[in-house]
Design a binder for this molecule. Structure first.
Ligand code: NAD
Length: 335
């Protein structure tokens, strides 16, 4: 199996590249990543010399590069590449439309042209919008994105759907809840709060802190994508979630407790515009149809994550200092 993974130097993509390479050492993996601020080759140190792994620095918007890669015997594309931070999407929506919508279209066109076996779009529960205090998102919930980020992801998803309906392409879309775990960029809630707690800095929480997210350990997301790429039914969407809803305040309190720091560090700040109140995932379909089951309970997962950040100080210090930004020459290897 020859697999093209886009965005494989980011948080979930790098966890997935390593997961796949460990589980299927005979697979050839090509990782195409533009190395934006969120991409970090230091996430991939443990596999970067393996013979079946090739890193290519490049943009999914570069259709000739994407075409060159897809034309070299790729079987399946997994699209993780995205601009992924909601706050940044409020500052610069256009960048999000370029990467998350147009980039997806470039990949789809190339996958179609080269008649690839499958295309998997890694998406998010945020495309469904916000829930009230009850109910869960199913795959049939109408899309109602509220931020430029989620709107751009919904745009990408709809293009993927259309290439299935119009051109008969074999596609899947996964929509996962919030991930946490090792290698998450420290702008996101959990690593941000861990690092600020460690250095006794105030912990900014939007609004009243009662916005609810369903948290899933990143390795459980990887195992779900593994099932979808191998067994997903063509054209189907699969929701992925941990049945583990927490308010932002609960998340921050659990970090404070683990690190033995006072609640006085909590600092409520003005809410984000368009801030979704609650996400909750019904993952019945992937559980019953593909037999997926998450392995990690939140309490153990958050402890492991905090421990990881404690043990990998150099990794995040190099992000904070900017030293992790390094250029890599384009390598189009023997795919
Ligand atoms: P991330 O921001 O950590 O990583 C994104 C990666 O994509 C980076 O390595 C970046 O360099 C790369 N990239 C960005 N623009 C690119 C471009 N134009 N061409 C090539 N590469 C580009 O994101 P993440 O948290 O790992 O999320 C990965 C995917 O999973 C995204 O599609 C996101 O929407 C989705 N997702 C994330 C979460 C979450 O909680 N983080 C939850 C559900 C779904």
């Amino acid at each position: 199996m020859n697999v093209l993974i886009t965005g494989g130097a980011g948080f979930i993509g790098s966890n997935f590249v390593k997961y796949l390479s460990n589980k299927y050492p005979h697979y050839r993996i090509t990782n195409l990543d533009a190395l934006t601020y969120a991409g970090n080759l230091e996430n991939l140190k443990s596999i970067d010399t393996l013979p079946n792994y090739t890193f290519v620095k490049g943009n999914i918007l570069d259709s000739s590069l994407v075409d060159q890669l897809c034309g070299q015997g790729i079987d399946i594309v997994l699209n993780f590449a995205a601009e992924s931070h909601v706050d940044r999407s409020i500052e610069d929506p256009q960048l999000f439309i370029k990467t998350n919508v147009l980039g997806t279209q470039v990949l789809l066109d190339s996958a179609k042209k080269h008649n690839l076996r499958k295309f998997v779009q890694i998406s998010t529960d945020e495309v469904y919008g916000s829930l009230g205090p009850t109910g869960l998102f199913t795959e049939k919930t109408p899309l109602a994105p509220n931020s430029p980020y989620s709107a751009s992801k919904a745009g990408g998803d709809l293009l993927v759907r259309s290439y299935h309906e119009t051109f008969g392409m074999n596609v899947n879309i996964t929509r996962c809840s919030n991930n946490y775990g090792p290698y998450q960029f420290p702008e996101k809630l959990i690593p941000l709060m861990i690092l600020r707690t460690l250095t006794d800095q105030p912990l900014p929480i939007y609004g009243d802190g009662l916005n609810v997210r369903d948290w899933l350990y990143v390795e459980d997301h990887c195992s779900a994508i593994d099932l979808v790429m191998h067994q997903g039914i063509s054209g189907e969407v699969y929701n992925i979630g941990g049945n583990n809803e927490k308010t932002n305040l609960e998340i921050v309190r659990s970090i404070l407790q683990e690190l033995n720091k006072p609640e006085s560090l909590i600092n409520f700040v003005q809410d984000r515009p368009g801030h979704d109140r609650r996400y909750g995932i019904d993952a019945t379909k992937i559980r019953t149809e593909l037999g997926w089951k998450p392995k990690h309970h939140f309490e153990a997962g958050i402890q492991a994550t905090i421990q990881w950040y404690l043990e990998n100080r150099t990794w995040w210090e190099r992000i904070q200092s900017g030293a992790y930004r390094q250029s890599t020459d384009l390598q189009v290897g023997d795919i």
